[in-house]
Design a protein around this ligand. Structure first.
Ligand code: UD1
Ligand code: CA
Length: 391
């Protein structure tokens, strides 16, 4: 009965997003990161920042996705060459309004809604997008523009939401343009919008750049809608960290911590014991079976998979390795890429393995380097053994 209810409801929500295209903004330089790497390629739990909003769009089945790139565009395109996304070049980068102008050139004939996300807001969830969609409405009651708002502890840097006496959103004023009074406003623009494409196409060219940054601000569409008496809707995101824009490495560390908590929580709920989740570092996409125990200080990196009932003991590092059921590794084990560890194998303290197959029931208890090797079933490796290029 329950499943029967859940499935049609999910389908209903997905179908509602059908006539929606997405624009993902990622052309900015990310000056505040002080980095040679473009901001959206900085990793969060092993995956580039940009992969997270792309994942959300994939989950919501939103197509097409136009990703606006500019600064180091080739690096970004190369990293995402296999993703279902069309890249649009914005050069030079004249602001978020200009970025969207560049993107809509690729959407001729499209008349639905445009979901606009920022490449530097990686913690956003599908629930928030669904909340925005609901606020946006449908048919005659549909808003011209809808946006996600939040009340972060520190609103500095964000655009502030100005409401009229009736509580309707009237305009957004960017932090750099805001007066001291306006900077006291705690409600901010999260940079996530759902916009009627007809309204957008008609008005985007009217955006001017006479502001503190000399940029074309996308949020200026809000005052245009307000002046035209059109409906503006908003969805307040209670979890202020979810809509946090990553502009510097302090925010990057905060976002990484939250993502790590999400990954660990999901694994624990699926049957994995994580002794100290605050001190366990698991990349997005790592797969772990039931009743496996992960001790503190462990790093599970890249495309690692671990079977059921295994134990990864303290301070071990496992990178893109495949471990079967009932395996024990560590403490202080290091399993490097292309390592396969079969059922029941025991790798003890200070054992390093690279590009090797460790057969079922193998024991390597202490201080060994096993490289480019194939170890058959039940082999026992004495302490201090080193093998390279050995078969
Ligand atoms: C923007 C919003 C602000 C909001 C905040 C939320 C504007 C003018 N301001 O400010 O109201 O509170 O996001 O995080 O939109 N980008 C381009 N091309 C450009 C400029 C930017 O693609 O020419 C991209 C950036 O790569 C980034 C996103 O747009 O992914 C936002 O740009 P950013 O410069 O970070 O804007 P904020 O100052 O954070
Ligand atoms: Ca930003």
């Amino acid at each position: 009965m329950r499943n029967g209810l859940i499935v049609p409801l999910c389908c209903y929500i997905f179908n509602k997003m059908k006539n929606t295209a997405a624009i993902l903004l990622a052309a900015g330089k990310g000056t505040r990161m002080k980095s040679a790497l473009p901001k959206v390629l900085h990793p969060i739990c092993g995956n580039p920042m940009l992969s997270y909003p792309l994942e959300i769009l994939k989950e919501l089945k939103i197509r097409p996705v136009l990703c606006v790139v500019g600064h180091e565009a080739d690096l970004i395109k190369d990293d995402f060459r296999e993703a279902a996304v069309d890249f649009v070049i914005q050069s030079p980068q004249l602001g978020t309004g200009h970025a969207v102008t560049c993107a809509i050139a690729g959407l001729k004939g499209f008349s639905g809604d445009l979901l606009i996300l920022s490449g530097d807001v990686p913690l956003i969830t599908t629930d928030t997008i669904k909340g925005l969609k609901k606020a946006h409405g449908r048919g005659k009651k549909k808003a011209a523009i809808s946006l996600v708002t939040a009340r972060p502890d520190c609103p500095a840097g964000y655009g502030r939401i100005k409401r009229d006496d009736d509580g309707n959103i009237a305009t957004i004023v960017e932090h750099k343009d805001a007066t001291t009074d306006e900077r006291q406003i705690s409600e901010v623009n999260a940079g996530i919008y759902l916009i009627d494409s007809e309204f957008l196409k008609k008005n985007i060219k009217k955006i001017k750049s006479d502001n503190a940054q000399g940029e074309y601000y996308l949020p200026d569409l809000v005052s245009m809608a307000s002046n035209a008496g059109l409906r503006i809707a908003s969805y307040n995101c209670k979890d202020t960290l979810e809509v946090m824009g990553i502009n510097n490495r302090v925010e990057l560390a905060t976002a990484t911590k939250i993502m790590r908590q999400r990954i660990n929580t999901e694994l624990m709920l699926s049957g994995v014991t994580i002794i100290d989740p605050e001190n366990t570092y698991i990349d997005k996409g790592v797969k772990i079976g039931r009743d496996t125990v992960i001790e503190p200080g462990v790093h599970l990196i890249g495309e690692t998979t671990i079977g059921n009932c295994s134990t990864i003991r303290a301070n071990s590092v496992v990178e893109s390795a495949r471990l079967g059921d009932d395996v024990t590794a560590g403490p202080f084990a290091r399993l490097r890429p292309d390592t396969i560890v079969k059922k029941g194998a025991r790798l003890g303290n200070f054992v390093e393995v690279k590009n090797s197959t460790i057969g079922q029931g193998v024991k390597a208890g202490h201080l060994s380097y096993l490289g480019d090797s194939v170890l058959e079933k039940n082999v026992n490796i004495g302490a201090g053994t080193i093998t390279c290029n050995y078969d």
